[in-house]
Design a protein around this ligand. Structure first.
Ligand code: BT5
Length: 320
């Protein structure tokens, strides 16, 4: 209902309560209540006794009606669950994908202004204050589990493209899930899934982007290695626009992936790579391996050339 009222308020400078009531088939008191709800959300709406209601400004919030306005996707972000604060968008997304007590379509997203227990990989913490974009996408790809690394890589390309389109900044991708600007992390991706032996049941892709966060607000222990888009642009970045652009790019690349066009996505990934050609150390859980990152293969695995010339394939790990 608030979405409909906003639509009419955007069409004209002033709309009377009577017209709104007529158009929506509700009473004027009900219109007034909806206007109060919008004000509580942060919309600035003035009212003039003769002319009616006037929408003065909208809040800088990642509200579903703001993101969906002008969103050109077919299915990504068509359903949005919005929270001003929650523990972790991935946790809620996984609950929804797992229990399916309601119909959760592919492309449904969970988005929050703030996370109190944001998650990184392997139980690591993800700092998620107000000002970032913290979102998770629910997917049901008809693909084998071996495609998971490819989903992370294609998500990274979508983030880079969206950031580039909205800010002119070109970030780099550090295999497998980090997006960097000037060697510092601006975004992380957490891909979680449930699968049978040969088919994925569901995937939740969590994306965290440091958008309008001041550097001094990052916790001290991660300050040195973190950056936000606001810091680099030296001005606030429109989060709604960035979220929309990301969802559009994400759908484009995910559709490509489903059409088995990963090689072309990988070509783009390589253009933005921070990893290839470097001598690196990779923590693969049981040990750390050292070598030169020579390639990413058609499965999204990192190919490392060790000092003795041996080539090894790493499916998941952390560059240290
Ligand atoms: C990641 O893990 O980079 C995945 C981050 C995914 C976050 C999103 S937000 C939406 C969704 N919901 C969630 O709960 N999570 C996802 P990893 O590669 O393990 O990196 C984690 C490390 O990054 C931490 O140990 C810190 O060193 C660092 N870090 C934490 N918060 C950060 C931030 N805001 N910006 C940059 N680095 C950060």
């Amino acid at each position: 209902m608030t979405g409909d009222i906003l639509k009419y308020l955007r069409e004209k400078e002033y709309v009377s309560g009577e017209v709104l009531a007529q158009k929506l088939g509700i009473s004027r008191v009900a219109v007034w209540k909806q206007i109060q709800r919008l004000k509580d959300m942060g919309y600035k709406i003035t009212s003039d006794q003769n002319l009616g209601y006037c929408l003065v400004s909208r809040p800088d919030l990642l509200l579903p009606q703001e993101i969906q306005r002008g969103l050109s996707t077919k299915y990504i972000g068509k359903e949005i669950f919005y929270f001003s604060e929650l523990k972790s968008t991935n946790i809620i997304a996984k609950e929804k994908a797992l229990h399916r007590t309601e119909v959760i379509d592919e492309g449904t997203i969970i988005i929050a202004e703030k996370q109190s227990a944001g998650k990184g990989r392997l139980g690591r913490k993800w700092f998620s204050p107000v000002g970032g974009i913290w979102l998770s996408v629910i997917l049901y790809p008809q693909l084998p589990p071996s495609y998971i690394p490819r989903i992370t890589l294609m998500t990274a390309v979508a983030v880079v493209k969206a950031v580039k389109m909205c800010t002119q900044i070109e970030p780099q991708i550090k295999w497998p899930n980090d997006i960097l600007i000037s060697e510092k992390k601006v975004c992380g991706i957490l891909t979680e899934m449930s699968a049978e032996l040969d088919i994925i049941n569901w995937v939740v892709v969590g994306i965290g982007i440091n958008v309008n966060i001041d550097h001094q607000d990052f916790p001290e222990d991660i300050q040195e290695n973190t950056i936000s888009l606001k810091e680099v642009s030296e001005k606030e970045v429109l989060r709604v626009k960035l979220a929309q652009t990301f969802l559009q790019e994400f759908e484009k690349y995910y559709d490509k992936l489903k059409r088995k066009e990963f090689p072309s996505i990988l070509e783009e990934w390589k253009l933005y790579s921070h990893t290839l050609g470097r001598k690196i150390r990779v923590d693969i859980g049981e040990r750390i391996v050292t070598g030169k990152a020579v390639d990413i293969n058609e499965e999204g695995a990192l190919i490392l050339k060790k000092e003795d010339g041996e080539l090894i394939k790493i499916i998941s790990g952390t560059i240290v």
